[in-house]
Design a protein around this ligand. Structure first.
Ligand SMILES: *Cc1c(COP(=O)(O)O)cnc(C)c1O
Length: 472
């Protein structure tokens, strides 16, 4: 028998591995089926390595490799990460993180039975929408409210119900694409109404709408440009003027606001972001906006407006197809309560981030840098800009302090460092700008500060493939 054959005979059997103490622990944690599969993979790999001249691995390392593989595979695919980009509302990163109260509400309502569609007073069937409609009406000054799965479905529903087979007049400046395939002209087509474009890219006057009116017109639609801005020689028509014209002719005005910002953004040093309260006060019959953009709540499509109009939507069969679920409703109610109690700025994460003062960010950035220096990572502080995102306030920024790592002080490329940070168990998303990797503390929760510093130390100073449990 050759030495090589001897080596193969030393390799433990799958049964031995499975029956070992460690093997049995894996069975308890991950099931027998998955443990067997991982051990088999490990043995195949070990045999291949031995054919290439490696020596027989001890049972303990085969078991540890299996454990690592199982942990990696059992890690949720959808998982939390640390947003160090400085973009506060980012659709790719899950938009608005929920407040603690909203999370608790989700947990309480979904781990038990609830009065989702049950009227406790009458002891009979109730409506799921009543849990938030009064709050919405109170906060926004609207007659009635309704909620759908998201703003896209709110718009689709509204147009389908209110303008099917009829004409909808919209300014050429508002035929926008929001991203993720939401293009206003396509949504209008899909909802079965006929789009009538008026005005030009930069200027649309009330007379343009007036000229386009016909007996086929159902409504005048205004869409918030959201993620871009036209500057220079521009003119647009106010909701108030549209409402006046529409109502003179017995028509409706709908405002798709997108971000749905309830607070005054000017108070935070930003440009004015139109609010649903303003649209309602100006006479809009129906206003739609997202729950998870600047409202800072869960994914939802909020619809507020005139009672008669909302009633038509509520009883339409499409409403059932786009209805909101109980977890979302719970989170939405809790989020709206923050506004009701006047504590949005301190309790809703995205507003807390928007409201964070530059001095506060500077102080956190300094302590990151100091801690990094003592642990052997060279970093510096740079002035920079955070953005609100979420299809709102394009071009507007909040002054911030960035922690910067220079390419010269990183043992491999910054792209590689950014990649390693992304592939950690808790991924960290950063920005690379030319020769620096930038991290904005504004969008990092304070309790994540240590994790960020630790990750940078590990990835920069240890250099080798460590902490790669998430990589696959
Ligand atoms: C974001 C946005 C939407 C879509 O909202 P979702 O909640 O993502 O469905 C629709 N209209 C406008 C103007 C938007 O900005």
């Amino acid at each position: 028998m050759t030495a090589e054959q001897n080596q193969f005979r030393l390799l433990p059997s799958i049964e031995e591995l499975l029956q070992s103490e460690h093997g049995q622990q894996l069975v308890v944690r991950f099931s027998r089926v998955l443990t067997l599969k991982a051990l088999r993979t490990g043995l195949v790999r070990a045999r291949a390595a031995m054919h290439d001249g490696a020596s027989c691995p001890p049972a303990s390392s085969l078991l540890c490799a299996a454990e690592e593989q199982l942990e990696r595979e059992q890690q949720p695919r959808l998982r939390p990460l640390i947003n160090a980009t400085g973009v506060i509302v980012n659709t790719n990163l899950g938009r608005a993180p929920l407040s603690e109260e909203a999370l608790l509400a989700v947990q309480r309502v979904s781990s038990s039975y609830s009065n989702l569609e049950y009227d406790l007073e009458l002891g009979e069937r109730g409506s799921r929408y009543t849990h938030v409609t009064n709050l919405l009406c109170e906060l926004l000054g609207a007659e009635a409210a309704l909620v759908a799965n998201n703003a896209a479905s709110a718009v689709l529903l509204s147009l389908s119900v209110l303008a099917l087979g009829r004409e909808v007049i919209i300014s050429r400046a508002e035929l926008v694409e929001i991203g993720g395939g939401f293009r206003v002209p396509d949504v209008m087509r899909q909802s079965g109404c006929h789009l009538v474009e008026v005005g030009t890219t930069n200027r649309t006057r009330i007379s343009d709408y007036q000229t386009a009116l016909s007996e086929r017109t159902a409504l005048l639609l205004s869409v918030h440009q959201s993620n871009f801005r036209i500057i220079g020689f521009t003119e647009s028509t106010s909701i108030g003027a549209l409402a006046e014209l529409a109502h003179e002719h017995g028509l409706l005005v709908m405002h798709d606001l997108g971000s749905g910002c309830l607070l005054d953004t000017e108070h935070f040093g930003l440009a004015h972001e139109p609010t649903p309260q303003e649209s309602i006060a100006a006479g809009a019959d129906i206003v739609c906006f997202s729950g998870d953009k600047l409202l800072g709540g869960p994914q939802a499509g909020i619809i507020v407006g005139k009672a008669q109009v909302i009633a038509r939507l509520a009883k339409h069969p499409l409403m059932r197809a786009v209805r909101i679920d109980k977890m979302t409703l719970a989170a939405l109610e809790a989020t709206l309560r923050h506004y009701q109690r006047g504590e949005a700025e301190t309790h809703i994460p995205i507003w807390r981030m928007i409201a964070t003062r530059p001095e506060e960010i500077a102080s956190r950035a300094s302590s990151w840098v100091a801690e990094l220096q003592t642990r052997g990572v060279v970093a510096s502080i740079q002035q920079g800009a955070s953005t609100v995102g979420g299809g709102s306030l394009p071009g507007e920024t909040l002054p911030t302090m960035l922690v910067a790592l220079d390419a010269a002080h990183v043992p491999y490329s910054l792209q590689e460092l950014a990649r390693r940070l992304r592939l950690r168990k808790t991924p960290i998303i950063t920005r690379v700008l030319r020769d620096t990797l930038l991290l904005d503390p504004r969008t990092v929760f304070e309790e994540q500060d240590r994790e960020v510093v630790q990750a940078l130390v590990e990835e920069v100073t240890m250099g080798t493939d460590n902490n790669l449990t998430a990589r696959n």
